[in-house]
Design a protein around this ligand. Structure first.
Ligand code: SF4
Ligand code: SF4
Ligand code: FES
Length: 486
């Protein structure tokens, strides 16, 4: 047995104006789940505590709550000392009980066709990854799109896709999903990473529905323009200044001993719109003994096509990108755009290893920069944190230079074609970022993705900088201090 201190959200909207937190001290068995703790409180200390449960074994989905900010199933999550238990981020009925009905009622049911055909083996296999939903609504509670725009939510999209595959269903699920907000999803992957059943809604439902919508001519006009630009120029954005590749040679030798060689997949944004951040990265790599090779034949990774369901000429650009690095015999290809990195890691099969620049720098190790007396916050790019599982490396680098103040890891609104296709939604999410940045009191916002860098900048009065830019500032300060007086 062990003693646990627990902080629990309490709110009765019918009798109180504001929620409050109540503290309890509970004795629980080793390995006790959060649900056991809630039951102990209710049985032995406070029968007024409201919470939902049924199966107690991860099957019914009724017990989802937030523990220390993360949406989890109370019956499956191990109880920890000093934990905070709150309801899902949905309208509260009482304490830990939230309104589920409106979201559950929006999930479609199969409507039988007149002509009945059983699904083929392939159709059954395609439906499998979408079938195990227990309707806990954890995904709905974390979806950023739902918070700012009309969107039926991730699990509605999941079921729409399942029914779109099923030949026994009569309805046009693709058109229905477009009306339900198919193009409002930012591809942030929060739903997938929160789902207790590991259902990959962005990749297995939303991108697939968008591809079906493309076949039916329902792709947003702005997304079609981006696809045409990629087909015509190899790039998803137009240039606004000399590109990175116009400013640097193909091979960039480091200063001093060579610790390693990487190919550099630059990506459209760093090449065409934000070459300064990429130039800063090259300086950091040069200073730390890493030789960089930038094949000129590389083009867009195809992420804007995959995320918006326009995959017709994807294979052509994939082969071109793979061949140009393979031809140069490279073992490691480095990305510094979170979206490119996630795409190359998950949507390509490559004979070389893909590493984000933060992985490269922390793996080889870097010269210590001088600390700067700056309070900064870090925005986790969705495609770095959730797409590539990279959380610690950026922080390891940033804290060499600045004092880091954390903020919640939520989407800035720039991904999934939302910035181009639904700019009002992207702006609303950018404003949510502004509010979180303000709360930290930081003087600088640091990130590691050009889309985030570009999108957050107009939504804050603080400078938004790439990790490498801040490292370079640390090196400049070090050089200044070490320079002998004139
Ligand atoms: S990927 Fe993000 S925006 Fe899209 S449905 Fe999932 S949580 Fe919502
Ligand atoms: S998709 Fe996953 S997170 Fe969403 S309701 Fe179903 S089981 Fe819960
Ligand atoms: S009580 Fe059924 S999933 Fe937790």
């Amino acid at each position: 047995m062990k003693e646990l201190r627990v902080r629990i959200f309490r709110f009765n909207p019918e009798a109180e104006d504001h929620p409050h937190y109540q503290h309890y001290q509970v004795r629980a068995n080793d390995g006790a789940r959060v649900l056991h703790v809630l039951q102990a409180i209710s049985d032995e200390m406070d029968p007024t505590l409201s919470f939902r449960y049924c199966c107690g074994s991860g099957q019914c989905g009724s017990c989802a709550v937030r523990v220390n900010g993360q949406a989890v199933l109370a019956c499956m999550e191990e109880a920890k000392d000093s934990m905070t238990v709150e309801p899902l981020e949905l309208p509260v009925i009482r304490d830990l009980v939230v309104h589920m009905e409106p979201y559950l009622e929006a999930i479609a049911s199969l409507i039988p066709t007149g002509e009945f055909r059983m699904p083929t083996h392939e159709e059954v296999e395609a439906m499998k990854p979408l079938r195990s939903c227990i309707e806990c609504l954890a995904c709905v509670s974390v979806c950023p799109a739902l918070k700012v725009t009309k969107f039926a939510g991730p699990t509605v999209m999941r079921e729409d896709m399942r029914l779109a595959i099923d030949p026994r269903d009569h309805e046009d699920r693709v058109t229905a999903s477009v009306a339900d907000g198919l193009f409002t999803c930012t591809s942030c992957q929060a739903c997938w990473k929160t789902c207790p059943k590991d259902i990959q809604i962005p990749g297995k439902a939303i991108e697939k529905l968008r591809a079906l919508a493309n076949r039916e001519g329902l792709t947003l006009p702005r997304h079609q323009e981006v696809a045409k630009l990629i087909q015509d120029t190899g790039r998803s954005v137009t240039r606004t200044e000399p590109t990175l590749m116009e400013q640097v040679p193909e091979v960039i030798e480091p200063r001093g001993e060579v610790k390693g060689t990487v190919g550099f997949f630059v990506g459209c944004m760093y090449n065409q719109r934000l070459p300064k951040s990429a130039l800063d990265a090259l300086e950091v790599l040069k200073r730390n003994g890493i030789r960089v090779i930038i094949p000129r034949e590389q083009v867009c990774c195809g992420s804007p096509l995959i995320r918006t369901g326009q995959v017709d000429f994807l294979d052509t650009i994939k082969s071109r990108n793979i061949n140009c690095f393979t031809f140069r015999g490279l073992d490691v290809v480095m990305t510094m755009c979170a979206g490119c990195g996630s795409t190359l890691k998950h949507d390509y099969t490559t004979p070389f290893r893909i590493m984000d620049i933060t992985e490269v720098l922390t793996r080889f190790g870097i010269e210590q920069p001088a600390p700067l007396a700056i309070k900064a916050t870090y925005h986790d790019p969705c495609h770095l944190l959730r797409g590539q599982g990279i959380r610690d490396q950026p922080r390891e680098l940033i804290t060499k230079v600045v004092d880091l103040v954390e903020m919640p890891a939520i989407c800035c609104g720039s991904g999934g074609g939302v910035k181009s296709g639904n700019p009002a939604e992207a702006d609303a999410l950018g404003e949510l970022r502004r509010a979180e940045i303000e709360k930290t009191g930081a003087e600088v916002v640091i990130t590691s993705c050009p889309f985030c860098e570009y999108h957050i900048a107009p939504h804050t009065d603080k400078p938004v900088k790439n990790i490498c830019t801040i490292l370079l500032e640390g090196y400049a300060e070090k050089d200044r201090k070490e320079r002998p007086p004139a």
